[in-house]
Each structure stands twice: as structure tokens, then as C-alpha cells.
Write a protein that binds this ligand. Sequence first.
Ligand SMILES: Cc1cc2nc3c(=O)[nH]c(=O)nc-3n(C[C@H](O)[C@H](O)[C@H](O)COP(=O)(O)OP(=O)(O)OC[C@H]3O[C@@H](n4cnc5c(N)ncnc54)[C@H](O)[C@@H]3O)c2cc1C
Length: 513
Amino acid sequence: MNTDPRDLAGRPVIVGAGIAGLMTALELAPEPVVLLSAAPLGGEASSPLAQGGLAAAVGSDDSPELHLADTLAAGDGLCDEAVVRRIVEAAPQAIERLERLGVGFDRAPDGSIALGLEAAHSRRRIVHAGGDATGRELVRALVAAVRRTPSITVLEGIAARRLIVEDGTIAGVLAADAEGAVTLATGRVVLATGGVGGLFRDTTNPLGCFGQGLALAARAGAELADLEFVQFHPTALDTPVRPMRLVSEAVRGEGAVLVDETGRRFLADLQGAELGTRDAVARGVFRHLGRGHKVFLDTRACLGSRFAARFPAIDAFCREAGIDPALDPIPVRPAAHYHMGGVAVDGEGRSTVPGLWACGEVASTGLHGANRLASNSLTEAVVAAGWVADGIRNAPSRHVAQAETAQAPVRPDASLVRGIVSQALGVLRDGDGLRQAAAALLPLATGAGADADPAAVGLVMAVAALGREESRGAHCRTDHPTRSGVARRSKLTLDAALQIAAELDFTPLARSA
Ligand SMILES: Cc1cc2nc3c(=O)[nH]c(=O)nc-3n(C[C@H](O)[C@H](O)[C@H](O)COP(=O)(O)OP(=O)(O)OC[C@H]3O[C@@H](n4cnc5c(N)ncnc54)[C@H](O)[C@@H]3O)c2cc1C
């Protein structure tokens, strides 16, 4: 690292530079902040991959009330209604804020913002850019805005490996780059590290998104919420490429249908059919694949030769795989896509550890409940970045001494736990599988290997999923197929999960010779 860390002491440190980290840094300006990114700004992040867009009630036939109702319905009883209301009401201003920062959204011929439709939205309310390249445009504009903001010190290629906690309060970040470890002394840290898809074999997330922020928060003692809720996207392009390419729900919004190898629309009877909630469509596709069928998204009748103009990015990667969506049905399967759970935060993005905030996919604000409504996450990240910035500005400043730099833990590697997590925490779960997974992950999570942090995250997720003996939203237990009468959010710390895992009664897997 070229900068002397002592020159940065006391500044808020934002860990991660996807939309949440970039926006938090911009919202804090002109307060000096450090933006720490393991990859180049906006890289190894889900943000640039976003296709559909941002949900905001800006259409003339729409209102925050309708957006609220759709979000609550998708969340299956677990949304925090006050949080949902705050976010949907702030969403239209968030779009204006992004435009002022230089984001160019697509416009209709009359000059109004063009609006797409996605599953389980009762109105056209998806604000997009470059057709299906919304994330790329967001990241382009926000990275440019960050680079021209002198109060933001950008440290690229440096990963946070541990949070330093003294007397239960944040005192710094232990980070590492190729040259070694460095300590950033600060009493204010924002985690903006994204999701957990990289813990799964089939995922649309960059493989580096495997819950590093969750591990940092968990090891600092923070409470985590709703970790069992992982959204599986029903239509990832089914090729060997990882991460899997996403065929956006907006394609189904334009009328594309799901068919099998015989051409049968096997989800026609599902409520909402192809535009039913994501969890229901993903389960329908997963079960149909499990019965030995192949599944395709057929866009030929609804879009045909217009496909390439409406969805240029999807068209390009389909063609790379030898598929022309105007002529061929697109092979698809479900993939881990979004984590509804995360670091439990309050209305200012504060975690239970003083000095630690979380924003974006790593946080659990209560917006998504058991199932995220499509395109609500980018909106949430933009709105919540403002809350976090306000909270940090209002937090009393504390002097934090520059600690000696300790040795950083080895660089985490999720490849060893991916098989265990994919098997136990996939679209369909059961108690036996979850107990096996927790038992297998326990010794890894308490060790010092490269798999320790990914294993700790997988373990807390497995324990949370075991504790939820019902099926709700994206969490489907084949041994508890019904929804319990009482909707409750789940909260766990790493210590509690380790103890539960250590006391589990389970039958070890039979080993093959
Ligand atoms: C293919 C795809 C399409 C999507 N489409 C949409 C959509 O249309 N609408 C929508 O609302 N949502 C969409 N989502 C979800 C949405 O993109 C994400 O929820 C959102 O971008 C997350 O933003 P984030 O800033 O929280 O995390 P990310 O964008 O994932 O950024 C995380 C950052 O943290 C960095 N990082 C991680 N660990 C460390 C560490 N230890 N130290 C330093 N840096 C670290 C990463 O390198 C990265 O820069 C989509 C997701 C995917 C994968």
C-alpha cells in the first residue's frame, strides 16, 4: 500500500466498492473516508452484473403504497413494514439522486423514464439503463463520481481480513494486499461486501462474493438475521460457465414462457405462471429438472427478432454459448442469486457492535423478508447508503490508537465448502442434510485454514435453516413443508451457532471406499 495508514487514522472505512460502498462514500462527502476494495473499484461485485434495474414507483399509474403491497406480498410475512415503507417512499428520490450523479437511465419517446415489468410487481416500475446493462451504467457513473471526489481515499486491491474490536467496540480493520498486512485505526466501519452466492456451485454472483463481510461481522460478535433466506433465480443460463449468466426476469416480463423439451409450459398452472414469485418459479423449475426434464425460456413468440435490441447483453452471452434467442429456446436452471439475510441492522444501518454499520446485500434491514421482490436490492442499497452516512455523521467521534499490525489470517477460499453448502442449503432443504452440513463445517469454521471464514458463514446459515422448521418464502424444508402460523425473523451470533452445531445429534454420512 502506497499510503501511510497513520495518515488515514480515524476516518470511516468502507469495506467494498459495489453500489452500496460507492454510494456510502459519496453520501459521506465531504467527510474524508477510506474506500477499501479487494478488487478494482466496482470489480468482483454483483453490482455491475445487474440487468433488470431499480424498483421505484415513478409511473403515473403507480404509488409507493402499491410498491409496498407488492414487497410485503413477496416477503411472505417477514418484512419489516416500517422499513419497507421508508424505502419505497424514498425510491423515486433515489432515482433522481443517481441521475444527478451522472447515471443515464433509459427514456421513453416522450422523455419520461422508461419502465420495465418484473415478476410479482403489479405495475411497470423497473428503472433501467442501457436496456439490460443497468448495473454496468450505475457502476460506471458512481466510480467516476468517486474518483472526482477528493474526500474519498480509494485503496484498491486490499481486502479486509478481520475487524479489530476492543471492549466490544470497533477499533480498526486488519487488511491485506499482495505485499502484506496493514492496520487501519478507526472507530467507524461500514461493511458493503455483497452477498454469499460464491458459496454455491450454481450461482449468478462473482465467485469472490462468498460472505466475507458476514464472516468479518460474525467474528466481531455481531448479530446476523434471516440467514436461511437465499434467493435462487429460476433462469440462469444453463452452461458450464461460472458465475452463471442471468437471463433477467424482465425477459419473462416481456412475455417469455418456460417450457420443457417437449415444448410444454409446465408452470402454466402456478399462481402468476412464469411471473409468479421467484421462489415459487425456482422451485417449479428445480423440481421439473429433478424429474429428468430439460427447461428452456422461450422468447420466440413474444420478442423474436426484437430480442437483441431489448436485451443486448443477454443476447450477446447467449450467442457466445451458440444460442440465438430469436430462433432457439434458452436452456435455464435455478442458481443462488441474492441473500435476503445478513448483518442485522437498525434504521441507520447500525449493527449490534458499536462502530459497525452494514449496507447493501450484506445487511439485513428487514426490507426483503423471506423473499426479495425483484429489483428492490439496488434501490435498497442507494437509499440505505444515505441512512448509514447520516448515522456515521451523527456518531460521536472517538479517538482510536493505531494498533501494531498483527498477522492477517490467510486469504479465504470458498472452494472447499461449496459442495457442502450447495448440497444442504439449495432450493430444497431438509433437517438431515442441514445437520450433516453443520457438523462437517464446524471443524473447518473453528480452524485456521483458508476455508475457515467461508465455513463459518455456511455454518451459521445451516444452523439458521435448521432452526426454521417451516417453509416460507425462499426457505423450503421438505420435512416441514407448511408455513408456521407465526412469522418470526431469525437472529443468531457465530458463538451461538457454533454451540448449537457442537451439540447436534446427527447420523454421519456413510463413507464410500
Ligand atoms: C447477475 C445479477 C443480476 C442482478 N440484477 C439485479 C437487478 O436488476 N436489480 C436489483 O435490484 N438487484 C439485482 N441484483 C442484485 C444486486 O446486483 C446486488 O444485490 C447488489 O449489486 C449488491 O451490491 P453491494 O454493493 O451490496 O455488493 P457488490 O456489488 O457485490 O459489491 C461488493 C464489493 O465488496 C468487495 N469486497 C468483498 N469482500 C471484501 C473484503 N473482505 N475487503 C474488501 N472488499 C471486499 C467486492 O470486491 C465488491 O467490490 C443482481 C445480482 C446479480 C448477481
